[in-house]
Write a protein that binds this ligand. Structure first.
Ligand SMILES: NC(=O)c1ccc[n+]([C@@H]2O[C@H](COP(=O)([O-])OP(=O)(O)OC[C@H]3O[C@@H](n4cnc5c(N)ncnc54)[C@H](O)[C@@H]3O)[C@@H](O)[C@H]2O)c1
Ligand SMILES: [Zn+2]
Ligand SMILES: [Zn+2]
Length: 341
């Protein structure tokens, strides 16, 4: 009988547990990685609740992962050897469709994200394509799993080409929006963070976000107008997934402004497209990330983005099922939970 290892598995919606699975068998172009740390993501909670249409069951979770290479494979980056700590790039692309052919592998027509479309890395040992690992800097392992969600925030900032001196209105003060606001600051821009939860906004303010707005309590458009001296925001990033927030991006943007849509709304959003034409807005989708792990790791290692500002709690691997339930029951109580073995 083959050796068994532990994994965190969604057996079906609302049913998560620790399951034994076979020790992975690696191909020539794969590495084996002993997993050491992993973040729990909002999408894991969506999968748990059964509201993520991309997830099929049973499914092993985990795409925000860090571990140590225990077996090498062909195609492994030159700077990595067995025994090195690495981050997994969890977006598996085909390499030959149109977006892949122009280097936009994150938009691959058949993109498979670990823990969503295919089994993820919340396991003791995983097999992973050898070329899709990034060397981790020397820092605590529980902080390293923040690299993946930080690349999502970075991707929105890069898609909209945020410049120093600009105002960036960011809707949603969850982990993704808050980190986008922190990156905007690092880039010399002025973030304006918008959320409907005072608790999240107050926290953002306490870690240095200069402007916060709760649209249920004040006039959001007027507040942004005042902060931007009448111009409105040159860049708007939608990181809440709320339909109304997608609509608001058009109101918050300046003339000739740029918008990134990172949030995943669950339903269609009706839009007054005349505003897009009138303001000549550039609207960018922003999906996962591409080539942004090195920068994310540099930001975390240098503490330009302080990992502990985002991590609400560190747990053990065996506690993940309980905390998936807890996050499903009380999503607003935590920004990010990371687990270690
Ligand atoms: N594009 C991608 O590849 C990608 C990757 C990861 C996450 N996401 C999406 O990004 C979004 C943010 O992720 P997260 O983990 O930070 O989520 P989160 O749930 O922690 O944060 C969302 C925040 O939006 C706020 N919000 C809800 N409705 C709002 C409204 N009408 N106006 C203003 N704020 C509102 C919530 O109060 C919450 O603080 C989600 O939609 C998620 O699915 C996209
Ligand atoms: Zn995630
Ligand atoms: Zn492809």
């Amino acid at each position: 009988m083959s050796k068994l290892i532990k994994s965190i598995c969604l057996i079906e919606p609302k049913k998560v547990g620790i399951q034994s699975v076979s020790y992975p068998i690696k191909g020539n172009n794969d590495v084996l990685v002993k997993i050491e740390g992993m973040g729990i993501c909002g999408s894991d909670i969506g999968a748990f609740r059964g509201t993520n249409p991309l997830v099929t069951y049973p499914r092993i979770l985990g795409h925000e992962v860090v571990g140590t290479v225990i077996e090498s494979g062909s195609g492994m980056p030159d700077n990595i050897k067995v025994g090195d700590r690495v981050i997994l790039e969890p977006y598996i692309y085909c390499g030959h469709c149109y977006p892949c052919s122009i280097g936009r592998t994150n938009c691959c027509e058949t993109l498979k994200v670990l823990g969503v479309h295919i089994d993820g890395a919340m396991q003791e040992i995983v097999r992973h394509p050898a070329h899709m690992i990034v060397k981790a800097p020397d820092m605590p392992v529980h902080e390293l799993s923040l690299a993946e969600p930080l690349t999502i925030s970075l991707h929105a900032i890069h898609r909209t080409k945020v410049q120093s001196g600009e105002h960036v209105a960011i809707i949603g003060a969850g982990a993704i929006g808050l980190m986008a606001a922190l990156v905007a600051k690092v880039y010399g821009a002025t973030p304006i963070l918008i959320d409907i939860l005072d608790k999240r906004l107050e926290y953002a303010k306490s870690i240095g976000i200069p402007h916060i707005i709760n649209p249920t309590k004040e006039n959001d458009v007027e507040a942004i107008k005042t902060i931007t001296h009448g111009r409105m925001a040159e860049v708007v990033i939608e990181a809440s997934g709320a339909n109304i927030a997608v609509q608001n991006t058009l109101k918050y943007a300046s003339f000739a402004g740029r918008i990134a849509l990172t949030g995943w709304p669950k339903a269609e959003t009706p839009l007054p497209t005349n505003l897009i034409t009138f303001k000549e807005l550039d609207i960018y989708g922003a999906r996962t990330s591409k080539g942004e792990f090195e920068e994310a790791l540099e930001l975390l290692a240098s503490r330009k983005i302080e990992p502990n500002d985002i991590i609400s709690k560190v747990i053990k691997f065996d506690e993940i099922p309980d905390y998936i339930q807890e996050l499903s029951d009380n999503p607003d109580d935590y920004l990010k939970i990371t687990a270690v073995f």
